[in-house]
Design a protein around this ligand. Structure first.
Ligand code: HAM
Length: 417
């Protein structure tokens, strides 16, 4: 493809032949969500910037480095959504979810992050996400993890691993934070520039750093969750017990903190071997999310999976690409009058729900048969001047090559319409 017709880096065109795989995932997800009582929500792809600044936290990489922010005509700052949770909670903060009534919603759509593009990492990507807002209970966290597992199994992305950890309640974090600071302070000069800044501003973020020079210090860090008090630990144990009872395998990963600051209690991430460098196919957890204009946060638990990464997992799992629909009939016209008739016939058949194609200009029989083959039409209807005069046509079944003469008035009936 010529360079000037390529879309911006980190974005992509999705062509009709790719859509059946996307639909298999989206429709598969809808089937699973229905069984768990989730209804679809559609929020704007851009929000006031403070929705993300306050919701995700000023210290997160996403807010600091990756947002696409611009001004509207009135000079107010807007941002293309880098994730779905903050916007959905902004929407739900006007509902009874704010007062402890459970609200179950899912969303499917594009998200935008100014990251360095690579395989599986895009600037415009698509998420399928769910949020269960309004209530706090370990069983709801466990159910959210069960749901992502069922979803991945159902859409052909099996073979994942579930990593689980707790961020505890905020009141419980101080001793763990002090222990982490004490651990990193003596070695901080050998760590990356970002981590040096994180030490005083938000020490948890160090655990999320991917820089090679930081890894050995991160691996040796104390297990923060073991320093949490009983409120955090009991909650987490209950989540783990329910998952064990449901026979959902998981691995506790003490250094899993996730990249967004709204999480409390349970956090989880799912990895998949089919993703190469980017191993997280989905991630989520419980959160307390600050919404502009509200004096207290909204609570919830949920997750999002990347559709591009689900597609990679399907490919890795050798799930066949669904066949696109083929025309039920291709109308071949021999001569001007036959073409005129077929244009009308195509309209009649299509209005009855029959997938019909035809050549728009006078062309040779050979060229029209070639087009029918290329489109993999199931049947070809051949109409010449003689047939037209007699009110008949030839219908050829392309699978077995058999053909028969039928009355023009009976064509729709041949397709059960
Ligand atoms: P996240 O971990 O930032 O969480 O993103 C969730 C998923 O989106 C990732 O696991 C990955 O599959 C996909 N993803 C993220 N960034 C990219 C990218 N640049 N290119 C391709 N795929 C990407 C969230 O967004 C939270 N809102 C999830 C959540 C919902 N937590 C609670 N509720």
């Amino acid at each position: 493809m010529a360079k000037n017709s390529a879309p911006p880096p980190g974005t992509g065109d999705i062509f009709p032949e790719e859509i059946p795989s996307w639909l298999a995932i989206e429709n598969g997800a809808r089937e699973v969500f229905k069984c768990f009582g989730y209804g679809e929500i559609r929020t704007p792809v851009f929000e006031y910037t403070e929705v993300f600044q306050r919701g995700l936290g000023d210290e997160t990489e996403v807010v600091k480095k990756e947002m696409y922010t611009f001004e509207d005509r009135g000079g107010r700052s807007l941002t293309l959504r880098p994730e779905g949770t903050a916007g959905v909670m902004r929407a739900l903060s006007g509902t009874e979810a704010m007062n402890g009534v459970e609200s179950r919603v899912f969303y499917i759509g594009p998200m935008f992050r100014g990251e360095r593009p690579s395989a599986g990492r895009r600037r415009q990507f698509h998420q399928i996400g769910v949020e269960n807002a309004g209530r706090v209970a370990p069983a709801l966290d466990a159910e959210s993890i069960t749901l992502i597992a069922r979803l991945l199994d159902h859409v052909g992305a099996g073979g994942y691993q579930i990593l689980l950890n707790t961020r505890g309640v905020k009141e419980d974090r101080k001793p763990a934070e002090d222990a982490l600071r004490e651990h990193f302070a003596p070695v901080i000069d050998s760590m990356c520039e970002d981590c040096r800044e994180r030490l005083s501003r938000n020490v948890w973020r160090i655990l999320d750093c991917k820089q090679p020079q930081c890894q050995k210090h991160i691996e040796a860090a104390p297990d923060a969750a073991s320093l949490f008090g009983p409120a955090s630990r009991d909650y987490f144990n209950e989540v783990c017990d329910i998952l064990t009872d449901l026979e959902i395998p998981f691995k506790i990963e003490p250094r899993l903190v996730r990249g967004l600051d709204y999480y409390v209690h349970t956090v989880f991430e799912l990895t998949h071997p089919g993703l190469g460098g980017q191993s997280a196919i989905a991630g989520g957890g419980r959160y307390e999310l600050a919404v502009p204009g509200q004096n207290r946060p909204i609570v919830g638990v949920g997750f999002a999976a990347g559709v591009e990464r689900l597609l990679m997992a399907r490919e890795y799992n050798k799930i066949p690409v669904p066949e696109p629909e083929r025309p039920q009939v291709y109308l071949v016209s021999l001569g001007k009058e036959a073409l005129k008739y077929n244009i009308r016939l195509a309209d009649t058949l299509r209005s009855k729900g029959i997938y019909t194609m035809l050549e728009a200009e006078e062309k040779s029989m050979k060229s029209q048969m070639r087009s029918a083959d290329r489109l993999k039409a199931s049947n070809v209807l051949i109409l010449g001047e003689n047939e037209l005069a007699n009110g008949v046509c030839v219908l050829k079944n392309m699978a077995d090559g058999s053909q028969k003469n039928i009355a023009l008035a009976d064509v729709a009936g041949e397709f059960g319409k």
